[in-house]
Design a protein around this ligand. Structure first.
Ligand code: BG6
Length: 280
């Protein structure tokens, strides 16, 4: 079943319930902020301090970073991670089968987007909610000039405790360490005992998030980069919509096209970033 819901302050979202899973997607940012298979804990982490406020990205779930990931290249006043995560999207298609539900949302260039980024575009996001969570973000260039994008499915995973997890699948991959500005090669699994903010390149096989009693596998298409982020104690304390101990129960593993993996799209062409996420 797919239904439209509203928080008391008017913040709208779509609720999806089928025989396998339940999900919630805000129209602002096409932001998936809840996904859980019946009988299991939610896959995605959402901050208890997150406001569902128009114009502010939800802290948790899967914000869509687009058409740039991180800071704008030349203008520090531009919104971090682009504007798709705070713009209003439209639901353009939905299919409700017994075990999966499929939703497609659309964002097109507008007067407002053109003031932030001077290109005509069409962005479609298809979410398939079932045993697996499948996400496809397609950028179509409707302009007369080629444009280049960086982007990420900024996925906040719910974890038992940061000291219980490690991340496999990034061994021997080069990464840019955003904390030191260095380029480093990953040795072994990624473990967490301080702040981590890294953009991995040449990512060409699934990534596994290993937790105490669960394994989450993230497989991608159209993406050769991945971001791994945990703010740890000090950054967590100074960030918006985070509680002091939030860093203990979340980790971001973001399927991306970032840094060297930026994509140039010619007029009329498309690029699709796809991620399939499954818990076993
Ligand atoms: C991550 C970045 O992707 O997003 C971090 O690597 C950043 O540097 C984090 O702090 C959260 O960003 P924001 O804009 O949602 O606070």
């Amino acid at each position: 079943m797919i239904s439209f819901k509203t928080f008391p302050d008017g913040f709208e979202y779509i609720e999806v319930v089928n025989s396998i899973a339940k999900a919630k997607i805000a129209l602002q940012g096409a932001h998936l902020f809840h996904y859980e298979r019946h009988g299991e804990t939610p896959l995605l982490w959402v901050s208890k301090a997150s406001n569902f406020t128009l114009g502010e990205s939800i802290r948790g779930g899967i914000p869509l970073c687009w058409p740039w990931f991180g800071m704008h290249k030349t203008d520090a006043d531009m919104p971090q991670h682009g504007f798709a995560r705070t713009f209003m999207w439209k639901l353009i298609d939905s299919k409700d089968l017994q075990n999966t539900s499929k939703l497609t949302l659309l964002l097109v260039s507008s007067e407002e987007s053109l003031t932030l980024w001077p290109y005509q575009f069409e962005l479609t996001y298809t979410l398939t909610i079932g045993r697996e969570l499948s996400l496809e973000l397609t950028t179509k260039n409707l302009d007369t000039e080629a444009f280049s994008i960086t982007q990420a499915l900024h996925t906040y995973f719910n974890i038992s405790h940061i000291s219980n997890i490690h991340v496999n699948g990034l061994q021997n991959k080069p990464y840019f360490d955003a904390l030191t500005g260095e380029n480093i090669i990953q040795k072994g699994a990624v473990t967490f005992n301080s702040e981590i903010d890294r953009v991995y390149q040449n990512v060409n096989k699934p990534i596994n998030l290993m937790d105490k009693r669960k394994k989450i596998t993230i497989s991608t298409n159209g993406s050769n980069s991945a971001v791994v982020w945990n703010p740890w104690i000090e950054k967590c304390a100074r960030m918006s919509a985070m509680e002091n101990d939030s860093y203990k129960t979340m980790v971001c593993i973001e399927s991306a096209n970032a840094f060297d993996d930026a994509r140039t799209i010619e007029p009329g062409d498309t690029h699709t970033l796809k991620a399939s996420i499954v818990r076993t």
